[in-house]
Write a protein that binds this ligand. Structure first.
Ligand code: ATP
Ligand code: MG
Length: 377
């Protein structure tokens, strides 16, 4: 089988690698150039986009910010999985929030702002503190602003006045005082079966995911059930096929949806070592119409993102259960260059392996690792 993936980053690369043993050939598309590329070498393939679209059995995405003409091209062939509505909802926070509201799914209270002059009134209605997010093209915390209290209004209004809010409105939402962030990665097959990985705990620094602990500590049946019910509601509404990620804020025993990602997700990378079938394989299985693989946990696993830090020795590979996944990208500040997966049969061993890993890495690039590892014990 042949799959065409819109987007040529690390997610397409890991889909390609997962496709090899299945006999599924994955090609990627650089969506900025409308060019078909090899997902590993990134070199142009010897086919046109039209030929690759025609040749593919299925077309999928590794990220949601795909230009509209490419989405339509894929949609018209009937091969696009997940479907265009799901991808558009993931790409546009206005659509995403409206979808959540229409399904009565708890999320932070919000307003859509299409003119900066509306800000004082919105602050009046929602109170403070607030988070403002560009409705499109934001990722890793880019395109976000914080408003602590009313005294920030004028300075923020000035900064936002440079943007065209009429074309790209801003979502203004209440800052949630959450106890932690968790996410659910799951998959729905073409015939409507579901498989879920356990809820995982995510740790961010400066708006970017740095660490995922799988499974999330202290997950009650109630929390897992809340997450799965929300996932099912969304996936059924969207007639979803493939892997979907739902990011949550936990407030006491309630989960509020932060956002959804209609694709494989950074908080699912731990599955490459920690689960029976990894998220990349399960996504390919689903979109290609194959039976889903077991999502059963193999061992507690921590995923540690390698961000901005391009050179270090590989001595940590001597740590039992420690694996590196390197994306082959040029190092740049804040750029995700790879990740470690560290597995162990119990949390105490996982903790000591992470502390060992931390000794091999510069603390400034892995600012959360030490204290998290200590707190796992
Ligand atoms: P990513 O691509 O990493 O998922 P993103 O740019 O899509 O990030 P969000 O997930 O919406 O943006 O926000 C990034 C982080 O900012 C969240 O994981 C959370 O830590 C914080 N954040 C966002 N919205 C809120 C909120 N309403 N209340 C509190 N914290 C928030
Ligand atoms: Mg997010």
């Amino acid at each position: 089988m042949k799959a065409l993936v819109y987007g040529g980053g690390q997610l397409a690369r890991m889909m390609y690698l997962a496709g090899c043993p299945l006999g599924i050939h994955v090609r990627a598309v650089d969506v900025n150039k409308d060019q078909v590329i090899n997902p590993i070498s990134k070199t142009p393939a010897k086919v046109t986009l039209a030929e690759a679209v025609d040749d593919a059995d299925v077309i999928t995405v590794e990220f949601e910010h795909v230009p509209e003409h490419l989405l339509k091209l894929a949609d018209e062939t009937g091969k696009l999985k997940p479907g265009i509505t799901a991808i558009r909802a993931g790409a546009d926070r206005v659509k995403e929030k409206n979808l959540l509201a229409s399904l009565d799914i708890p999320t932070s209270e919000f307003r859509v702002m299409s003119n900066v002059s509306e800000l004082p009134e919105i602050v009046e209605q929602l109170g403070t503190p607030l988070v403002l997010k560009a409705s499109r093209d934001g990722y890793d915390g880019y395109g976000q602003w914080r408003l602590k209290d009313k005294s920030d209004i004028s300075e923020l209004s000035l900064a936002l006045s440079k943007l065209d809010l009429h074309t790209v409105p801003i979502i203004v939402e209440k800052m949630i005082n959450f106890s932690r962030e968790v996410s659910l990665v799951g998959v729905r097959s073409q015939t409507g079966e579901f498989a879920f990985y356990p809820l995982v705990e995510n740790h961010h620094h400066e708006g970017q995911l740095h660490l995922t602990i799988a499974p999330a500590p202290q997950i009650t049946e109630n929390l897992q059930a809340q997450a799965e019910n929300i996932f099912k509601k969304l996936a059924e509404e969207l007639d979803y096929v493939g892997v979907l990620a739902v990011e949550f804020f936990q407030v006491e025993e309630q989960l509020l949806v932060n956002e959804i990602a209609p694709r494989v997700h950074n908080s699912g990378h731990w599955t490459m070592q920690g689960a029976d079938t990894c998220q990349f394989e399960n996504h390919l299985r689903a979109v290609c119409g194959l039976p889903l693989g077991s999502t059963e946990l193999r061992s507690a696993t921590a995923m540690v993102n390698i961000i901005g830090c391009g050179s270090f020795s590989r001595d940590m590979l001597a740590i039992p259960g420690c694996h590196i996944h390197w994306y082959g990208k040029t190092a740049r500040a804040k750029r995700k260059l790879g990740h470690f997966n560290v597995s162990a049969s119990d949390k105490a061993t996982l903790s000591s392996r992470l502390l060992e890993l931390q000794k091999h890495l510069p603390e400034e690039s892995f600012p959360l690792l030490k204290s998290l590892a200590e707190n796992l014990q």
